[in-house]
Ligand binder design. Structure first.
Ligand code: CU
Length: 105
């Protein structure tokens, strides 16, 4: 049991140091919220490349220079805007093949 926990912790820490992450955004009520998040990141955290899809409630974050995304920094920025970001686990086949949230993972 301890071994499983350790593996989970390792996987978790890897997910926190990735050059591109996906987060599920809670609290969006319209398309304006999604574009508002994108605009705020462009203004306040221009080192990130951010795309928010209101319909799927998924935010894609990567960095301009290809370095790792600081997930906690992104989460904090989202909280300041009034949204909640939850890091999504990367599925084995990669996010690109995920048609929707429910198929992901
Ligand atoms: Cu809105």
């Amino acid at each position: 049991m301890k071994k499983i926990m350790l593996i989970l912790v390792l996987i978790g820490s890897l997910a926190f140091a990735d050059s591109a992450v996906k987060m599920e955004i809670g609290g969006m009520t319209c398309d304006g919220c999604a574009s508002g998040i994108e605009e705020s990141f462009t203004e306040d955290l221009p080192k990130y490349k951010v795309h928010v899809n209101y319909k799927t409630a998924i935010m894609t974050v990567s960095t301009q220079n290809g370095s790792d995304v600081n997930v906690n920094e992104v989460k904090t920025a989202l909280e300041e805007l009034g949204f909640k970001g939850t890091l999504m686990k990367k599925p084995k086949h990669g996010f690109s093949k995920c048609g929707s949230k429910s198929k992901c993972g």
